[in-house]
Design a protein around this ligand. Structure first.
Ligand code: HEC
Length: 399
């Protein structure tokens, strides 16, 4: 498809995805906040479990929480399910537009695995479909409900396997986004297939004067807990393409898992606070973990002997020759790479002035990480990265 069409489709979808995603996560944060601030009703009422008052946008709001279900159903009952639905729909379309219809360099990296774009698309979609069925299968079996700790551990282990496996076949960036897409799909389907039907069951049972089926409630609760802990990790994956030091690292999958644990820890702290606890231990733990991760990631991937063999003065003509063969197929006024018809992000690397202007970004993407060349489409070597790094760190003065 015309890249200009894809670019604009991508823009609209990304914009919409963020808007509906904010609505979804925002309303779920809001309900957690509501639940944790309920008080005794001001006028005693047996049906009201808790009540709270708020002031916002020029008016006062009183919320009553009624457990199980009201005796008389209101005319209009508002459900919160479309935010999740549209976040899922826009997300899947965005994935297809950027990674499946866009340039193959987003999806595959010949340094990682020699597969075709079609195979990569198959692996991506297959992971999303099989991943959901495995996840849902574990928790639908009586077993998953009975041994909650073991099944949570299995779920976490499964996530590590998916992250590792994808990092062995797709580009780092595409592996990250597919792990994120799998988590996102699990969260959306949890809402639609496992949580909302439970609420319908409750409402219908009340309407018919019957007792609701308790198994729905148990399942809905478990899936809500999963969604709760997955929220912060999935948001990181969505912004991860800005951080080449994560997905461009040789152990990208392990970095992703550590960031997930940090996200879940911070979320655990929210949960503790919402349940009235003042414990703050998850916060220092998360801070220490992120500092250690930063320290680990910033160690460049060159061994002592590799560095020794390259101990020499680097001249600009050498740097320019590397950039000409490895970068300008895409980063020039008229790119020649398949699927790229204008310089990406308007970054051109043809003249010395242009190279110096973007030196900091070049250092971040092509020296400290392997995220550029995109999907290492032009097969840049480790030595070449080192040479460019030396030239930049020496002040870029040599001719
Ligand atoms: C196969 C095409 C291709 C090649 C080759 C390529 N790039 Fe890129 N580059 C891209 C695309 C596409 C983007 C935009 C990525 C995005 O949309 O997130 C980009 C973005 C960038 C950015 C901005 C990224 C950011 O997050 O700030 C830098 C810097 C960059 N490239 C440097 C380089 C350097 C240096 C080389 C050569 C060593 C190179 N690129 C080779 C396609 C390429």
């Amino acid at each position: 498809m015309e890249t200009i069409v894809l670019d604009w489709l991508g823009l609209v979808l990304r914009w919409a995805h963020i808007i509906v995603g904010i609505a979804w996560i925002g309303s779920s944060f809001y309900f957690m906040w509501l639940d944790s601030h309920l008080e005794e009703p001001t006028v005693p009422d047996d049906d009201v479990e808790g009540q709270l008052w708020m002031v916002h946008s020029g008016g006062f709001y009183r919320v009553d929480k009624i457990m199980v279900a009201p005796k008389i159903m209101p005319r209009h009952l508002h459900w919160f399910k479309w935010e999740a639905w549209w976040t899922g729909v826009t997300g899947v379309l965005l994935l297809a537009v950027v990674y499946y219809l866009g340039s193959s360099a987003f999806l595959i990296d010949p340094d990682v695995a020699a597969i075709t774009k079609l195979q990569a698309v198959g692996i991506g979609i297959g992971t999303l479909v099989v991943g959901w069925f495995l996840y849902d299968g574990i928790y639908m079996s009586g077993w998953g409900n009975k041994y909650t700790k073991i099944s949570a551990a299995i779920g976490f282990f499964g996530l590590c396997v998916v992250a590792y496996g994808l990092s062995q076949v797709l580009s780092g960036r595409a592996a990250y986004i597919h792990v994120g897409a799998l988590i996102g799909i699990i969260m959306v389907l949890n809402v639609w297939i496992r949580i909302i039907p439970g609420q319908y069951n409750l409402v219908n049972a009340r309407k018919n004067g019957e007792e609701p089926d308790p198994s729905y409630g148990v399942r809905a609760k478990q899936r809500s807990v999963h969604n709760n802990y997955l929220t912060l990790p999935v948001v990181f994956v969505m912004i991860s393409s800005h951080y080449p030091m994560t997905f461009g690292h040789q152990h990208s999958w392990a970095i992703l898992i550590v960031l997930f644990i940090i996200g879940a820890l911070v979320r655990h702290w929210f949960n503790l606070r919402n349940s009235g606890s003042n414990a703050i231990w998850p916060v220092p733990l998360a801070v220490i973990a992120i500092i250690m991760l930063a320290g680990y990631v910033s160690v460049p991937g060159f061994t002592g002997t590799e560095k020794k063999s390259l101990e020499r003065k680097v001249v600009f003509s050498e740097v320019q020759a590397i950039i000409k063969t490895r970068c300008t197929t895409c980063h020039s006024a008229s790119p020649t790479f398949e699927g790229i018809d204008k310089p990406p992000m308007n970054i051109k690397l043809e003249t010395k002035a242009e190279i110096i202007k973007h030196a900091t970004q070049i250092q971040k993407t092509a020296v400290a990480a392997n995220s550029m060349p995109l999907g290492n489409a032009t097969k840049m070597t480790k030595e070449e990265r080192f040479v460019i790094g030396r030239w930049i760190s020496s002040g870029m003065l040599s001719k």
